[in-house]
Design a protein around this ligand. Structure first.
Ligand code: HEC
Length: 171
C-alpha cells in the first residue's frame, strides 16, 4: 500500500467515524426531543380511541342465561337527578292556599271570591255534594270555567273536599 493510499484510508475512516458519531448523536437527540411529544400524542390517540369506541358501542347487550350478567343490571336512576314530585298540601286550608287561591282569592276568571257571600250564596244553595262534585270533576258555569281539582290532578278527593269546606268556612 502506498503512502498516499494509507493517508486516504486514514482520512476516509475518520470521516466515516465522524459521520457515524453524528448519526448516533442525531438519533439520541431525536429520541430525547420526541419522547415528550410521543407521550402526548399517544395519550391523545388513546382518548380518541376511547371516544370512537363509545360512539360505535352497540346500543344493546344480550344477557346470556347461565353467565355472569351483573354488568348488564339496570342501574337505578341517580336520585339526585330525579325531580322530587311536588308534595301534596297537608290539609284543606293548605290546598286552598297552594291551588285554589290562585283564582278564588281575587275572583280571577269569574271564580267566586272566597268570603264573598253574594257570589257564594246561590252556589251553597245547590248543596255541598254538588259543590264537591263540581270542584272534583270540573265545572263550566255561567261565570267561567272551574278546572277539575283546580288544575292539580294529583290532589286527593279528600283534599279537594276539605278545600271546598275551607272556602265555605271563609264565608
Ligand atoms: C283556574 C282558576 C280556578 C282554580 C285554580 C280553582 N277554581 Fe274553583 N272555580 C273557578 C271558576 C271560574 C268558578 C266559577 C265557575 C262558574 O260558576 O261559572 C269556580 C267555582 C268553584 C266552585 C263552585 C262550583 C259551583 O257549583 O258553583 C267551587 C266549590 C270551587 N270552584 C272549588 C275550587 C277548589 C276546591 C279549588 C282548589 C282545589 C278551586 N276551585 C280552584 C276557577 C278556579
Amino acid at each position: 500500500m502506498s503512502k498516499q493510499d494509507e493517508q486516504f484510508f486514514n482520512v476516509f475512516s475518520l470521516v466515516i467515524g465522524v459521520l457515524v458519531a453524528i448519526t448516533i448523536g442525531l438519533f439520541v437527540l431525536a429520541r430525547i426531543v420526541g419522547f415528550d411529544l410521543q407521550g402526548q400524542y399517544a395519550g391523545k390517540e388513546g382518548l380518541a380511541g376511547q371516544e370512537v369506541a363509545a360512539r360505535i358501542a352497540p346500543l344493546g347487550q344480550v344477557a346470556v342465561a347461565g353467565q355472569d350478567n351483573t354488568a348488564l343490571a339496570i342501574q337505578p336512576d341517580d336520585p339526585s337527578q330525579t325531580v322530587a314530585a311536588v308534595a301534596l298540601p297537608a290539609d284543606g286550608a293548605a290546598t286552598y292556599v297552594a291551588v285554589c287561591s290562585a283564582c278564588h282569592a281575587a275572583g280571577i276568571a269569574g271564580a267566586p271570591k272566597a268570603g264573598d257571600h253574594a257570589a257564594w250564596a246561590p252556589r251553597v244553595a245547590q248543596g255541598k255534594a254538588t259543590l264537591y262534585q263540581h270542584a272534583l270533576a270540573g265545572y263550566k258555569g255561567q261565570a267561567g270555567y272551574m278546572p277539575a281539582r283546580g288544575g292539580r290532578a294529583d290532589l286527593t278527593d279528600a283534599l279537594v273536599q276539605q278545600a271546598v269546606d275551607h272556602m265555605l268556612s271563609l264565608l
